[in-house]
Design a protein around this ligand. Structure first.
Ligand code: 5AD
Ligand code: SF4
Length: 467
C-alpha cells in the first residue's frame, strides 16, 4: 500500500507511454506489420525510458498503437520498487497466455526484468524479450534478433558504462520534457532495490546534457525536468567537471527554457550551492524533492541513509533561509523492520518541523537483493497501514494550513490541462503546486498565465486568471 498527500501527480503512478497531446508517430515511415504497444509503470525515470524506447522503435519503422490486440510487439516497462508493483506485472502477463504461439512478441522491460531475469521466461513462457534498463542501449540489437526469428532474447547487463541516449525520443508530455543526467544509484539504502535493478551511478557529460536541452528548446519545450535517482549526486565525467549546481545554471541559461526542475535529490549531496542557484536564477523552479524516509535517526541508520534527523533538518533550514520561498516535498516509509511507536512519533514530529508541501508515504515492502529483506522484527501489515494513516493525516493538516496561507497570492502557472467544463483549466506553479482555475480565454494549453488563488485544499489551489 502506498498513499500520497502530494502536489506531484506524475511521480510513481502508472503512466502510459501514449497520452493525449503526444506527438504523432511518423506514420509515413512505418511498416504496416511493425506495430508496438507500450505500457509503463513506476517513476518518472521509467516514464522517460519508455519515451526513449518508443523513440528507438519509431526510428526502426515501428508505429505505436493503442491496444495490445493491434500490436505486433507488446512491451511492459515495469517497476519493482514495492512488491505489489512487481506482482501486478505477473498478473498482467498471465492474461497474455492466450497469445502463446502467435506472431505477437511480448517483452518485459525495466526493473522487474532486471530483477527476475530468466525467471520471467519460466513463469510466463510466452514472453520473448526480457531487458533491464541498463541494457536499453542494446535494444536495437535485441529487436534485430527477435525480428530475425530468435525465440527469446535477454539483456540484463548491470555494470554497463553506457547511459541510454537515443537519436529520437518520443516525448509524451507536450509541455514538460524529461532529460536524464545520471542513471543508476551508488547509495545502498537497505530497503531499496534500485541499485540492483538500475546498476551503478553513471553521469552524462555536461555538453551532451546541454546539447539535448538546446534541442528541446528548439523543439518548443519551455520546461525541462532533469532526472536521476539521486540527481544531485551528478558528477560531470567530462573535462569541464561542472558541479550539479553549475549544470542547473547552464541548463537554465539555454534560450527558450523558462523552467528547470530536478528530481530526486539525496539529502547527503544536497549543498548550499543548489539553494544559491535557485535563489539567483529565476528559471530554476522553487521546488526541491528531498526524501527523508524516516524522522528517527535510529531507523535512518538501519536504512543506511547516511544522515541523521538533525543533519536532515539542517538541510531544510538551509532551504528555508533562501530569499525565494522554496517548496519542499518528501518520501516517507512506514513500518520498516523494528520501527517502534517512538520512531513513528519522530517521523510525525519531523513532518511538523519540515513543513512539507507534499509527501509520498509508503508501507515498507521487503525487496529481493536488499539488506533489509531478512531483518528481524517485521511490522504486521495492519500496523503498517495504521502508521501510514497517521502520517497521511498529519501531513494533510500541514498541507491544508500551508495552502490556506497562500490564498490571495498570485502564481505563474504553466497550463497543462483543461476540463470538459468550459473556462476551467489546470496547471502547475514553479513550486509544482497544482492550480485549478477559471479563465474567460478560449485556449490556454501550454501558456504561462498569472493565477490569483481564492481558496485552497490540502492538494490544490483554486483560483482565477489575472488578465
Ligand atoms: N518499500 C517501501 N517503499 C520503498 N521505497 C523504496 N523502496 C521501498 C520499499 N522497499 C520508496 C522510498 C523511495 C520511493 C521512490 O519509494 O520512499 O524514496
Ligand atoms: Fe534507492 Fe537509496 Fe538509491 Fe534512492 S538513494 S534509489 S532510495 S538506494
Amino acid at each position: 500500500m502506498s498513499a500520497r498527500v502530494d502536489v506531484q501527480l506524475d511521480a510513481l503512478t502508472g503512466l502510459r507511454a501514449s497520452q493525449p497531446g503526444a506527438q504523432p508517430a511518423p506514420c509515413e515511415l512505418a511498416d504496416a506489420g511493425k506495430t508496438f504497444y507500450l505500457e509503463t509503470f513506476g517513476c518518472q525515470m521509467n516514464a522517460h525510458d519508455s519515451e526513449k524506447v518508443a523513440g528507438v522503435l519509431l526510428g526502426r519503422g515501428y508505429r505505436q498503437v493503442e491496444t495490445v490486440d493491434a500490436a505486433k510487439l507488446v512491451l511492459y516497462n515495469t517497476c519493482s520498487i514495492r512488491e505489489k508493483a512487481a506482482q501486478k506485472i505477473y498478473s498482467r502477463l498471465g492474461a497474455y497466455r492466450k497469445y502463446a504461439g502467435e506472431e505477437k512478441i511480448i517483452g518485459v522491460l525495466g526493473c522487474v526484468a532486471q530483477q527476475e531475469g530468466e525467471e520471467i521466461f519460466e513463469r510466463s513462457p510466452w514472453v520473448r524479450l526480457v531487458c533491464g534498463s541498463a541494457s536499453y542501449s542494446k535494444l536495437p540489437e535485441l529487436i534485430d534478433e527477435l525480428e530475425s526469428g530468435n525465440r527469446r532474447v535477454m539483456g540484463l547487463d548491470k555494470d554497463t558504462d553506457a547511459t541510454f541516449e537515443t537519436e529520437i525520443t518520443r516525448r509524451d508530455n507536450p509541455f514538460r520534457a524529461y532529460l536524464t543526467i545520471i542513471e543508476g544509484c551508488d547509495k545502498a539504502c537497505s530497503y531499496c532495490v534500485v541499485p540492483f535493478t538500475r546498476g551503478p551511478e553513471r553521469s552524462r557529460a555536461s555538453a551532451s546534457v546541454l546539447q539535448e536541452a538546446r534541442r528541446l528548446a528548439d523543439a518548443g519545450y519551455s520546461e525541462i525536468q532533469l532526472l536521476g535517482q539521486t540527481v544531485n549526486s551528478y558528477a560531470d565525467p567530462s573535462a569541464k567537471r561542472l558541479s550539479f549546481a553549475e549544470l542547473l545554471v547552464a541548463v537554465a541559461a539555454v534560450p527558450g527554457i523558462r523552467r528547470v526542475r530536478f528530481t530526486t535529490s539525496h539529502p547527503r549531496d544536497f549543498g548550499r550551492d543548489i539553494v544559491e542557484a535557485i535563489d539567483t536564477v529565476p528559471q530554476l523552479c522553487d521546488h526541491v524533492h528531498l526524501p527523508v524516509q524516516s524522522g528517527s535517526t535510529r531507523v535512518l541508520r538501519e536504512m543506511l541513509r547516511t544522515y541523521t534527523r538533525e543533519q536532515y533538518l539542517e538541510k531544510i533550514a538551509m532551504i528555508r533561509a533562501a530569499r525565494r520561498p522554496i517548496s519542499v516535498t518528501s518520501d516517507i516509509i512506514v513500518g520498516f523492520p523494528g520501527e517502534t511507536d517512538e520512531d513513528v512519533h519522530d517521523t510525525l514530529s519531523l513532518l511538523d518541523a519540515a513543513q512539507y508541501d507534499g509527501v509520498f508515504a509508503f508501507q515498507y515492502s521487503p525487496r529481493p537483493n536488499t539488506t533489509a529483506q531478512h531483518m528481524p522484527d517485521a511490522i504486521p501489515e495492519e500496523e503498517k497501514g495504521r502508521r501510514l494513516a497517521l502520517v497521511m493525516d498529519r501531513q494533510r493538516e500541514i498541507q491544508r494550513a500551508r495552502n490556506e496561507a497562500l490564498v490571495g497570492q498570485t502564481f505563474e502557472v504553466l497550463v497543462d490541462g483543461g476540463s470538459r467544463r468550459p473556462g476551467q483549466w489546470s496547471g502547475r506553479s514553479s513550486s509544482n503546486r497544482i492550480l485549478n482555475f477559471t479563465s474567460p480565454q478560449p485556449e490556454l494549453l501550454g501558456e504561462y498565465v498569472q493565477v490569483r488563488v481564492f481558496s485552497a485544499s490540502p492538494n490544490c489551489l483554486i483560483g482565477e486568471q489575472v488578465i
